[in-house]
Write a protein that binds this ligand. Structure first.
Ligand code: PMP
Length: 363
């Protein structure tokens, strides 16, 4: 280790993303990417924007914020005084960046709570910013017990909920989120909705009513843009303004020109978004049924992945043997979940290959 390392950096435990292997071609069901390519309209928009790369991008990515506002107003039926404009939106370089910016914006000096089984990036970015945190155990079936979030001690300044949760795939009904918002009016409640378009209820329509709610979404999953890096925060304009101030002290241009063009076109191509997310949800249900027939315990999923427990062979062995056979899934060697696998939903052909490989392993 270099003698120049800071004490803080020496103590960091970085988030380990799912493998992006280069040694051979795998069926990649390990990082919850979308199996379908971006829409033709997105590809055309990116091509057209390429000739402008000499110029810096719009620092606030207004085209993305406007397209997002139009999309959410339509989805939630918000019109007139209720309609959201760009001031309700912040765009960043992937939702991981948006989450990280929450620390200097809102979290430093406060304690944050989140579930014991959830997205493992949360402890990483909170540690980087030296924000203390505590975890709240999920119930035995991995559901959130709302009551656990209603009488928090005074030292808790914020809550992060992942809905649907990762890696479990379980969704928390909107009514439960409202109870948590109502019970925590003086705490910021962040709802990470990375997978919400695959079957969970979004809280984004509530930001006009709750000034303690910040919803984080990404274009990496349901909009096929993991490689572009675009994430959003949705909240009341007072919250969003703070995120812009923090961004402008760190990196004024987090969303590049190609990403702005792609994200705008992705929000505008509603037909492709609907078609692909419906396809993924129906492939998920078929895959879940097949795995159940093979004896797997399958948690009902509102996301583009399944969190499953094999019956006869240990999860780690299934993971390793699938890898040998050219199929990558995710295994977490952690308490409570080391008997399970997280399987991203791919195309029907990819899922057939997965099921064939699983059958061979179980024989
Ligand atoms: N939240 C959750 C729950 C995720 O699983 C991911 C993807 N790993 C992210 C946020 C971050 O996604 P991105 O940075 O690609 O927007």
């Amino acid at each position: 280790m270099t003698r120049f390392i800071s004490e803080q950096a020496a103590a960091l435990v970085p988030y380990v993303p799912g493998e992006q292997p280069k040694d051979r071609k795998y069926i990649k069901l390990n990082t919850n990417e979308n199996p379908y390519p971006p829409s033709e309209k997105v590809i055309a928009a990116v091509r057209e924007e390429a000739s402008s790369l000499r110029l810096y991008p719009d620092p606030q990515a207004d085209a993305v914020r406007d397209a997002a506002a139009a999309y959410f107003n339509e989805v939630f039926g918000l019109t007139g005084r209720e309609a959201m404009d760009r001031d309700f939106f912040f765009a960043g370089n992937g939702s991981d960046e948006v989450l990280s910016l929450l620390c200097p914006a809102f979290f430093t000096g406060k304690k944050i709570v989140f579930a014991d089984i959830t997205y493992s990036f949360y402890p990483s970015f909170l540690s980087l910013f030296e924000v203390p945190y505590e975890t709240i155990p999920l119930a035995e079936d991995f559901s959130v017990r709302t009551e656990d979030y209603l009488n928090l001690e005074d030292s808790v300044g914020g809550i992060i909920l992942c809905n649907p949760n990762a890696p479990t795939g379980r969704g928390l009904p909107l009514a439960e989120i409202v109870r948590i918002l109502e019970g925590n009016r003086d705490r910021l409640v962040v709802v990470d909705e990375a997978y919400v378009d695959f079957g969970s209820e979004s809280a984004a329509g509530l930001v006009g009513r709750y000034d303690n709610l910040l919803v984080v979404q990404t274009l990496s999953k349901s909009r096929q843009l993991a490689g572009m890096r675009v994430g959003l925060a949705i909240g009341c304009p007072e919250l969003i303004r703070v995120l812009h101030t923090v961004k402008d002290t760190f990196n004024s241009y987090p969303v590049d020109r190609l990403a702005i063009a792609a994200a705008k076109a992705a929000f505008e191509d509603r037909a492709y978004f609907e078609e692909t997310r419906q396809r993924i949800m129906s492939t998920r249900e078929e895959t879940a049924r097949s795995l159940q027939e093979m004896g797997f315990d399958v948690i009902p999923s509102c996301s583009n992945f399944l969190f499953v427990k094999p019956a006869a062979v240990p999860a780690k062995d299934v993971f390793l043997q699938l890898r040998e056979k050219g199929v990558l899934v995710r295994y977490f060697d952690k308490p409570r979940i080391n008997d399970r696998l997280r399987i991203t939903i791919g195309t029907p052909e990819e899922m057939d290959a997965l099921l064939r490989a699983v059958r061979e392993i179980l024989q």
